[in-house]
Ligand binder design. Structure first.
Ligand SMILES: Cc1ncc(COP(=O)(O)O)c(C=O)c1O
Ligand SMILES: N[C@@H](CCOP(=O)(O)O)C(=O)O
Length: 394
């Protein structure tokens, strides 16, 4: 059992609530809630590995802990760039960073006695929710955009026994259905990232980075529904408050140019965010036009003196090949947007090669295997093999 050491606060109307209340959104105005951790982080006292290593800094009572040993992912130093590191979240139990949040959200659902969890998804939240629910003995209902979920992710959800509702619409419309269902039916527990407990798990990415390399200068995060960039910023913010780092790394959001409401807001110095009605990108995980956490993400970017950038589908595919072929790391397209962004930010002088930074590689390559089959001719003729070997020697 964990003591309370925190409270909830609405980011829209600033109302505060006791941590023990069963709340997902603000009961007064419907705004997003933030979990405020009041406990100083004491690295010397940490025990164990992964997300639950940091349990003292995740407020709330968890009588049932549902874990698949998530977190503790490798931070891999780049071969090509001196001060660049890759946080390979694709090596979580279901192959994406979502597992860090899901262990906390499903533990909350199990502790509160829910039997059914619900999520909308472009695929990774679905896979993660299905696996963690199965682990907890709960049932999962998923709202998925029909024909838009990568094969590997859909396979995982079916395998773990989720009940799938395919909708003729995009992710944003699927998320609206989840919100409506949650407002109407109190038997379902939503595990998308408007659930603030999800983000408490995801903030541990910052703690792990800090434990390995101290204080980075920047972190680049592929941004869709925009919970993760906020969660990582929040982790660094708590490290700063505990006197462990001197400055928050610049939080840099990367979005695909066909799906870039947050980047457009930041780059265009707009007064108001403009949602994208029909988002399109090959990186289906970030094909999101109305990011539910946009206010939190903008706060993270602005508070850290960070930035946002757009990359197109061609740059994403090039980035995926670069990471795979020159660094040995296989990631899905959304994650590859980070290396494309890094190149752009070096070229335009926003970053320089001495800046120490981390790219968050959010999902594994096997999630979305169709991409390269469509793009690449990969087979060479066995008749030409000797000629071919001679060419390779040059
Ligand atoms: C692989 C991958 N990368 C990035 C994202 C974007 O994360 P967020 O929605 O927290 O911005 C997602 C899904 O949301 C994802 O599945
Ligand atoms: N890419 C996400 C979109 C939903 O994000 P969430 O963090 O709000 O659950 C997915 O994998 O479904």
């Amino acid at each position: 059992m964990i003591d309370k050491h925190g409270f909830m606060k609405c980011i829209s109307c600033n109302s505060t609530f006791d941590i023990d209340q069963n709340l997902i959104v603000c009961p007064k105005c419907g705004g997003l809630l933030e979990i405020i951790n009041e406990k100083e982080i004491d690295i010397k006292r940490l025990k164990g590995k992964g997300v639950w290593r940091y349990k003292d800094f995740i407020p709330g009572n968890y009588k049932k802990i549902v874990s698949l040993n998530e977190g503790n992912t490798p931070l891999i130093k780049s071969r090509k760039f001196e001060n660049l590191y890759f946080k390979f979240e694709g090596l979580n139990p279901t192959g994406s960073f979502k597992d860090r949040g899901m262990t906390i959200a499903i533990s909350s659902a199990a502790t509160l006695g829910y039997k059914i969890v619900v999520a909308a998804s472009t695929g990774n939240t679905a896979a993660s929710a299905s696996a963690y629910s199965a682990r907890a003995g709960l049932k999962t209902i998923l709202f998925l955009p029909k024909g838009k979920v990568a094969k590997g992710k859909l396979f995982q959800s079916i395998l773990h026994g989720a009940h799938i509702v395919e909708i003729n619409g995009n992710f944003d419309e699927a998320l609206d259905k989840v919100k409506k269902l949650f407002n109407k039916n109190k038997d379902v527990y939503p595990v998308n990232s408007f659930n603030p407990w999800r983000l408490e798990g995801q903030k541990t990415i910052a703690f792990e980075i800090f434990e390995e390399i101290g204080n980075p200068d920047f972190v680049i995060v592929p941004t869709g529904n925009a919970g993760n960039i906020y969660a990582i910023w929040k982790g660094f913010k708590e490290l700063e408050k505990s006197g462990l780092i001197e400055k928050i790394p610049k939080m840099i959001a990367v979005q695909s140019s066909g799906s870039s409401p947050i980047a457009d807001y930041i780059i265009g110095k707009k007064k108001k965010i403009e949602f994208v009605e029909n988002p399109e990108t090959i990186a289906t995980a970030i094909r999101i036009g109305k990011p539910v956490n946009y206010m939190k993400a903008i706060k993270a970017i602005e508070d850290s003196n960070g930035y946002a950038i757009k990359v197109d589908d061609k740059e994403i595919i090039e980035g995926q090949k670069e990471l795979a072929r020159e660094e040995g790391i296989g990631v899905e397209p959304a994650s590859a947007s980070t290396i494309a962004a890094y190149h752009k930010l070096l070229n335009n002088g926003y970053l320089n090669k001495y800046d120490k930074g981390v790219l968050i590689l959010t999902g594994h390559a096997l999630k979305d295997p169709n991409i390269l089959f469509e793009e690449d001719s990969y087979s060479i003729s066995s008749n030409d093999i000797e000629v071919f070997i001679n060419k390779l020697k040059i």
